[in-house]
Design a protein around this ligand. Sequence first.
Ligand code: WTA
Length: 650
Amino acid sequence: MLEFDPHVLEEKAVPPPKEFSKRAHVKSLEEYRQMYDRAARDPEAFWGEQAKMLDWFEPPKRVLDWDLPHAKWFAGGKLNVAYNCLDRHLAKRGNKPALIWEAEDGAKVEFTYAELHQRVCRFANALKSLGVQPGDCVAIYMPMIPELPIAMLACARIGAVHSVVFGGFSSTALADRIADAKSKILLTADGGYRRGKIVPLKDTADAALKNCPTIEKSVVVRRTGGKVAWQEGRDLWWHDLEKAASKDSPAAPFDSEQPLYILYTSGTTGKPKGVLHTSAGYLLQCMWSMRLVFDLREDDVYWCTADIGWVTGHSYIVYGPLANGVTMVMYEGAPDQPGKDRFWEIVERYKVTIFYSSATAVRAFMAWGTDWINKHDISSLRLLGTVGEPINPAAWKWYAEAIGKHRCPIVDTWWQTETGSIMISPLPGATPAKPGSATLPLPGIAAKVVNLQGQPVAPGETGYLVIEKPWPSMLRTIYGDDERFRRDYWERIPGVYFAGDAAQCDKDGYIWVLGRVDDVIKVAGHRLSSMEIESVLVSHVSVAEAAVVARPDEIKGEAIVCFVTLRSGQTASGELRAALMEHVSVTIGSIARPADVRFCDLLPKTRSGKIMRRLLRELAHKGGISGDTTTLEDMAVIERLAQSQGRDDE
Ligand code: WTA
C-alpha cells in the first residue's frame, strides 16, 4: 500500500527571522515545547482553558465525553457561533473593517463589524421568514461574494446547518449534495465572474433543482444583473427578502454540539462524504489555531486566497478570522485577471500583512516570474502560509525569497476537511522551518507516523499519519453514514484517527506529509476521488471499464490520468477522448477534467480482479513498469499499455 519514493529529509532548518520572533506570541522552540508538553499531560485541562476565549451564554460543564469514535466537546455549554464572530466585537471593534471585498472588475465594498453584523441579522430573519428552523439544512451555491459569508453566519445565528457546495461543481454534483443533506433552501446567485466571463450559476442550480424535491425555495443574489429563468413560487430575490426582514435578531443560545455545517469531500468510494462539524469545538479550534499559527495582532490585514467552497475558506476566511476580530480581504476572481500581478496589486492596495495561499498558487507565481511581483510594494507582508498539498522544497524556497524577501516566515499548514482546523504547522516565531515539511503538531494534537499496527516508524521510514487523541474541531461523523465514519477513520488502525496520508517523521520529530494512500487525487489542492471519476467514465455509452490515477504535475501538484477500455463496437479516437474529458467535466465539474485519457484493451488486474493502480500510476508517470508484477493476470496488457502511451489513438 505504501508506495512512495523513499524521501530524503535533507532540508536544513531555517530559523524564524529574529525580528519576527522578538514580537511573536510564542518566541522560541522551547516555549512551544513547554506548551506542547503541558497540553499532552492533561489535554482536557488544556482545552478547557482555551475554551475561555469563546463567549458563552452558559459555560460548559465538561470538556470532553469520548466514546470512540464519538466525541462531545464542552457538554452543557451554550453559545451562538455568529455572536462570537460578530456581536461580541461590536463594542470595541464596531467600526473596524471586518471584510474588504474586491470584485474581479476592481469594484470594492468594505464592511465594518457593525455593518456585517447588520447584514447577518437581517438575513437570519429572512431565513426564518422562509420557515428555516434550528437543525434545518440550507444549501449554498455561490460565487466569492460577501453574501456567501453572510449566508453562512445567518445560518449559524439561527442554528441552521449550512452545506456550501463549491461554485465550480456541476448540477449533478450539486443535486447529489442537496439530496444527501436533505437541504430545504438553496441560496445561489444569478451568476458569478471568472476571468471577465459570467459563470451562469443559476442555470446550473436550476438544472440541479429538477431533481431536488426537498428544496422549497431558491434565494438568488443579483450579482451580474443578467437575465435568468425564474420559477414563480420557488425563486426569490435575496435583496427583496433582506429588505423585508427586521434588523433585530437576538442571538439565541445553542448547545456546544449543535451541528454547524456539512461539507462534502472525496474519499475512497465514488460517493462524496458529508463531513459534519458542530459548533463550540470547531469554532474554538479555528480561533485558537489562527491566533497561534498566524501570530495574529489587532492591526493585521489578513488575506486567505482560498474559495469558501472548500474547508480552508470555511475555517480561515469565515469562522477563524471573524472569531478573532481581524480585518480580512476577500477577492472574487482569478489571480491573473487582468494581469498576472493581480494578487500583488491587492497586497499593495490594502497593505496585507498575512497571506495564506496554496502550493499550486506559489508554483504558478514562480512560473510567471518575479517581474510581476517587483512591480509592487509588498513590504506590508509579514507572514506567509500554504495549505492543501505538499509544497516542494524548491517552491518553498522561492516563496521565502521572492515574496517573503527572507523577512516573512512561512507556515506550511497540514490539515483536512475532517480535522476542521490546522493540526501540524510551524509556529512562525518559534519553529525552525524545513522546506517541504509541515514541521510539528500544534499543542493538544497527538499526531504520529505509525505502521499498520499503530507503532511509530523509525525516522526516515514511511508510515501512516494518525492522530491519537480526539481534538475539539474533529468531524463528528459522516452525515447519514456513521458506519463509514467508523470504518474509514477509526478502524484502519484501531483506536486512532487515520488521516489517509502517508508521511515520514525525521530525527527531529518533523513530519513530512507525502500524499494520500486512498486514491484521493489532489489537483491544485482540490480533493477528488478516482472512484468518482471512474464511475462517471463508465456511465458513458462507449466505456466498458475505467481506472483513474494521478500523475505528478509541475504546477497543480497532481493531474488526472484515465485508462479506459471500450465496449465492443466502439473505436478509440481523438474525438472520443475529448468527449470523455468533457463528460467528466460536465458531470462533476471543470476541476475534475482529466489531463489525459488513454485507451487500452484490458486493464491490468490481480488474480482476484483488483485493478493494479500502482502499475497504472507508474505508467502514467514514467511510461515504464518496474517492481513486482507476478500477480498480473495478463502481462501482455502492461506491454500494450506501455506501447499506447503518448499516442493519440489506439
Ligand atoms: C493534503 C485541505 C501536505 C493532505 C485543508 C490532506 C497537505 C488533504 C497539506 C486534505 C500540507 C493538506 N502538506 N499535504 N500542508 N495540507 N494536505 O480535505 O493529503 O481538502 O489529507 O483539506 O490535503 O485535503 P482537504
